[in-house]
Ligand binder design. Structure first.
Ligand code: SF4
Length: 384
């Protein structure tokens, strides 16, 4: 398949691994955070870490949309779904994200709440058209990639004059999360998460472009290489990061030139700017309250806002007490550090959000068995 097979070529992978091994200096360690869950998935699935030299480590970041949903927001979604006359429309992955009291959307559905799995925001608009006597609420989650389709759905509902379509908005922003990680005490003061550079998001960058990363490459002196989600994309990005570190450069480079440019998708950005505005703060699972890291609906579109409509307020709720998702999402621990990984917590019975989606670090490690060969020593708290 064009643009897939050639990025999974084993011979090329070994040749790239050789180049990384030659360029990585023996007298230093390299720790790179892959922000996106898509990269975490590719790294686990294709065994990328096994091809890297021992002094080059990958640290999982918080870029899995399902993983960063805090318990309190899932509780709110369940609260909405239980209201009389409401249909909650949601993407499949969110159905199993743990909420309070061992609940999830899936369990709330089994208890009688009308929760429907949809493949797109258009499906949710269609549901609203088909059920004029009920209120359809789209549980909108995700980073910059999934925000434009939510804006499209709101505009479409407006154009169709639908008064029974609402959005429970949980869209979050990548650059603020990366800045927050770089500002964290673990990175800045304690050095327990030694980040030398970032593998930058693929799909997110098709929307926002490479320009937004220039600020923190400069400000925090960390190189960024935007990479696609195939294994050779990741390995090429690692090679480019090693070169930047060796040469003392802190630049934004783009490995994913087949889809990303500096400016991104201007039409999508304009649509998002028309419908959404920045929230002052938003809670992320694992990162806590992150300033200006999420979007809410603008006053002009307030009539589509489920939070305002139902008068909901977010409450912070603690994760399961044995769960290490917070530390994993901050790059402090790896899945096998969790005492219940693969025993009480599995993809069939997730107790933490990182075990739910295939992009979650725990699910990726469990599914592809990377933990079974976890013989490599961890680099100062870095995940593999
Ligand atoms: S194994 Fe489960 S409980 Fe443990 S950190 Fe991962 S998701 Fe959380």
């Amino acid at each position: 398949m064009k643009y897939v097979d050639e990025f999974r070529d084993g011979k090329l992978a070994h040749s790239l691994a050789g180049a990384i091994a030659r360029e990585a200096r023996a007298d230093r360690r390299y720790s790179f955070m892959e922000f996106c869950g898509g990269h975490t998935h590719a790294i686990a699935r294709y065994g990328v870490t096994d091809l890297l030299p021992g002094n080059v480590r990958m640290i999982h970041g918080p870029g899995c949309p399902v993983c960063v949903l805090p318990v309190g927001r899932v509780d709110m979604a369940i609260e909405i779904a239980r209201r009389p006359g409401v249909i909650l429309a949601t993407y499949g992955d969110t159905m199993r994200v743990p909420a309070s009291g061992r609940l999830s959307l899936l369990k709330a559905k089994a208890q009688g709440a009308d929760i429907r799995m949809v493949y797109s925001t258009q499906d949710a608009v269609r549901l609203a058209e088909e059920h004029p006597d009920q209120t359809v609420v789209m549980f909108a989650i995700g980073f910059e990639t999934t925000t434009p389709p939510t804006a499209v759905a709101i505009k479409e509902a407006e154009a169709k004059g639908l008064t029974n379509f609402l959005v429970f908005c949980n869209h979050v922003l990548t650059p603020s999360a990366i800045s927050h990680i770089l500002e964290s005490p673990e990175v800045r003061e304690l050095g327990t998460v030694p980040i030398d550079g970032f593998v930058g998001p693929a799909h997110v960058s098709t929307i926002i472009g490479s320009r937004p990363y220039e600020f923190f490459a400069e400000e925090y002196q960390k190189p960024v290489v935007i990479a696609g989600f195939e294994p050779l994309d990741v390995m090429q990005a690692v090679l480019m990061l090693v070169r930047q570190v060796n040469e003392g450069r802190c630049e934004v480079e783009n490995e994913f030139t087949r889809a990303v440019n500096r400016d991104g998708n201007l039409k999508a950005q304009a649509l998002v700017a028309e419908v959404f505005e920045l929230r002052r703060a938003f809670e992320w699972r694992g990162l806590g309250e992150v300033p200006y890291s999420a979007l809410g609906l603008k006053e002009t579109y307030a009539r589509f806002d489920a939070e305002r409509h139902f008068g909901l307020e977010h409450r912070t709720v603690a994760d399961h007490k044995a769960c290490e998702c917070g530390a994993i999402l901050r790059g402090l621990k790896q899945p096998i550090d969790c005492k219940i990984f693969g025993t009480a917590c599995t993809p069939e019975n997730p107790l933490g959000s990182c075990m739910v989606s295939s992009e979650g670090a725990c699910a990726a490690h469990y599914t592809y068995g990377r933990f079974r060969t976890a013989a490599r020593p961890a680099a100062a708290g870095a995940a593999s």
